[in-house]
Design a protein around this ligand. Structure first.
Ligand SMILES: Nc1ncnc2c1ncn2[C@@H]1O[C@H](COP(=O)(O)OP(=O)(O)OP(=O)(O)O)[C@@H](O)[C@H]1O
Length: 277
């Protein structure tokens, strides 16, 4: 899927009137099948950018084009059809705690299913081999029939990523997909995601706090700060000076520490958006 942003600004509906726009005058072009990482300090607008691309938030000004179409000018039916091709994975996957892993992963297929098929899938999982294969890619084949609430945070996050393998999407938007993974698992997960995106011709945009992973494993890296694009470069052209400027006054985030998060634990565990419909 091709993505174009022309002078786009975005405001969160809940933002106070004095609050600056979360995205400001963004111009961006992403070709079909491209893979890129978005980095920047906490509050830079990375998640907002994914929400915009996933049609969860609409531009306040400017134009967003997905495969040449302006989603917000489409009819409700056409928008729903377009959203079926978008896979937006939040940092904390919204997995129902009592659900079996197999059902949770199959939920990735829901946008391609009719109502009756969806219901059947909920009670009698279909195509278990495809789910097993998806889980195996993330080293989770033995968790197929495990309950979601018996998984560790890292396992849950990988189940959320395995969902992408079942989704009929042409655009994967992954928000901090590695935040609960150790460095080895993180690298493996990125390798799987990149390989599978390439095989399927899927465009892949991911936000990352791990700057090293972004630079070493992605061909194109976007640096954001204060809702603006600071740079958009091939990874090998992102210099230490650029990074120092991007993370000025947030140096601990550049050097691997997760940003301080004062969100209460319950709110962190709340589901956000997995599939835009
Ligand atoms: N629901 C919301 N209502 C109002 N303002 C919001 C909302 N979500 C985010 N913002 C604001 O929008 C700006 C961008 O936030 P965003 O979550 O996109 O940043 P981020 O780069 O993803 O940060 P982090 O790395 O901490 O996840 C911030 O100033 C933030 O306070």
């Amino acid at each position: 899927m091709a993505l174009t942003l022309e002078d786009v600004s975005v405001r969160h509906p809940q933002a106070s009137s004095g609050q600056a726009a979360a995205l400001q005058s963004l111009d961006l072009r992403i070709a079909p099948g491209e893979q890129l990482a978005v980095i920047g300090p906490s509050g830079a607008g990375k998640t907002t950018l994914l929400q915009l691309l996933g049609c969860a938030l609409r531009p306040a000004t400017g134009r967003l084009l997905l495969d040449g179409q302006q989603p917000w000018t489409l009819s409700a039916t056409e928008l729903r059809r377009l959203r079926a091709y978008l896979f937006l994975a939040p940092q904390v996957p919204p997995l129902p705690p009592r659900q079996r892993v197999v059902t949770a992963v199959l939920a990735g297929r829901l946008p391609a299913m009719g109502a009756i098929e969806s219901l059947i899938s909920l009670f009698k999982p279909q195509d278990i081999p495809a789910v097993f294969e998806a889980l195996e890619r993330f080293d989770l084949g033995d968790k197929l029939f495990q309950r979601v609430d018996r998984l560790s945070g890292g396992e849950r996050q990988r189940v959320g990523l395995a969902r992408a393998m079942l989704a009929p999407a042409r655009l994967w938007l992954l928000d901090e997909p590695l935040s609960s993974l150790d460095p080895t698992r993180a690298r493996q997960a990125v390798a799987v995601l990149r390989e599978q995106a390439q095989v399927r011709g899927v465009t892949l945009v991911t936000t990352l706090h791990q700057v090293e992973v972004a630079l070493q494993q992605f061909p194109r890296v976007i640096g954001m700060r204060d809702g603006r694009l600071m740079f958009d470069l091939p990874a090998d052209q992102v210099s230490p000076e650029l990074l120092a400027r991007l993370y000025e006054q947030h140096e601990q985030e550049l050097h691997g520490a997760a940003p301080a998060d004062d969100t209460p634990p319950l709110a962190q565990a709340m589901p956000v958006v997995m599939q835009c419909r």
